[in-house]
Design a protein around this ligand. Structure first.
Ligand SMILES: Nc1ncnc2c1ncn2[C@@H]1O[C@H](COP(=O)(O)OP(=O)(O)O)[C@@H](O)[C@H]1O
Ligand SMILES: [Mg+2]
Length: 362
């Protein structure tokens, strides 16, 4: 998938932009606060119909304005033209159109225009609670498995109902009905998560080896109560506890993914550099899985990547993503000289865009 043209109106600090991108590497250079990340976020919006940062649609409208518009003209890997338009107005809400036709459900769009973002916020995957890692898994798997997204949404809906019910009642026959529904969705979610993480693990290890050049082995493993027993048994086992606590204490909403280095928790024992390399390896593995699953190379967004990475790693990364497995790339950096130096040495063609105060110029 390649984004050929990006049109923006009132998107965060970018009041108007009309950007023609190249098929290879696109670099966005500018000072802090210039709007570089916002450009990448707009591209992410077009694919996922929401911000990659934890920002609401309303917060993405330029201060004092009523609406924003993002529009992307794409070419698929087999050269079909596609037009995506995602707009939001404070009054009318969000509208997402593909080739002029409005989607009935935003979820139908997810995965059609694949994107993978590597950003400084990824470190939250290591430092934050399990919820952050589940959110990551959900959004990534949704791109490759529509049914997963449906199961997840249904699971969450039943879970919320069951929890509301537990606040006022402990009627067992009613709980049984909720439990049957939960079991169906949880089992599917569990199976998909297990399979994806199993496929991902060797890729992460492989990319990590190339990037980090150390002898430590990294691992990612899935941790779920459903590995011990089926959801129905879990719910029965915890029913009394659920009634006392007035919420559902077991299920896939408590799943986690554990990252390790040399057998120990990455969070505690990984150096900054090792953690950073791990996160990039994770995202590259994700990229490969998405590309394989949907037969379309995602757009790779690399936000502020060079900041905390030493040159050796940067160069390895560039040679990795210059290979045939990867497609169009958008990179941001605040240092033009550094970026030109790196790309010059990599010997790759690239397009350079200067970003300044919300203005984007080639
Ligand atoms: N809704 C908004 N309206 C106007 N400006 C915004 C909005 N949201 C964020 N900004 C501004 O965008 C700028 C940050 O842009 P960003 O893309 O993160 O910069 P950087 O080039 O450092 O990546 C900040 O100055 C911020 O105030
Ligand atoms: Mg930024």
């Amino acid at each position: 998938m390649r984004l050929k043209k990006l049109l923006l109106i009132n998107f965060k600090n970018i009041q108007q932009a009309d950007i023609s991108l190249s098929d290879g590497i696109n670099c966005f250079v500018g000072d802090n606060g210039a709007g570089k990340t916002n450009v990448l976020d707009a591209i992410y919006y077009l694919s996922m119909s929401k911000s990659a940062l934890t920002m609401t649609d309303g917060q993405s409208v330029h201060h004092g304005e009523e609406f924003f518009v993002t529009e992307g003209s794409y070419l698929t890997d087999d050269d079909r033209a596609e037009l995506v338009n995602c707009s939001f107005s404070r009054r009318g809400g969000k509208v997402l159109k593909r080739n002029g036709k409005e989607y009935e459900r935003l979820a139908d769009h997810v995965g059609c225009f694949p994107v993978v973002i590597v950003s400084p916020q990824d470190s939250e995957l290591i430092t934050d609670a399990a919820e952050e890692r589940r959110r990551y898994l959900n959004s990534f798997i949704s791109q490759i498995d529509r049914a997963y997204l449906q199961s997840m949404m249904r699971y969450n809906a039943v879970l919320a109902e069951r929890n509301r019910f537990l606040k006022t009642s402990s009627d067992e026959s009613m709980l049984q009905i909720y439990d049957m529904q939960l079991e169906e969705h949880a089992t599917r979610v569990y199976e998909v998560r297990r399979r994806i993480i199993e496929q991902m693990q060797p890729l992460v290890a492989e990319y990590y080896k190339v990037l980090a050049d150390d002898r430590e082995q990294v691992e990612m493993t899935y941790r779920s109560e459903l590995a011990e027993m089926p959801m129905s048994d879990l719910l029965l086992r915890s029913r009394e506890r659920d009634i006392v606590n007035q919420f559902t204490t077991s299920g896939v909403h408590r799943d986690d993914v554990v990252f390790r280095i040399g057998g120990y928790p990455l969070r505690k024992y990984g150096s900054q550099g090792q953690q950073k390399s791990f996160l990039i390896a994770l995202k590259l593995a994700q990229y490969r899985l998405v590309a394989e699953a949907i037969g379309e190379k995602p757009i790779l967004l690399l936000d502020d990547l060079f900041d905390k990475l030493d040159m050796g790693r940067v160069e390895k990364l560039l040679s990795l993503i210059s290979g045939d497995d990867f497609g169009q790339i958008c990179i941001t950096d605040c240092n033009k000289v550094r970026l030109e130096g790196i790309l010059g040495r990599a010997g790759r063609d690239y397009s350079l865009f200067m970003v300044e105060g919300g203005d984007v110029k080639r």
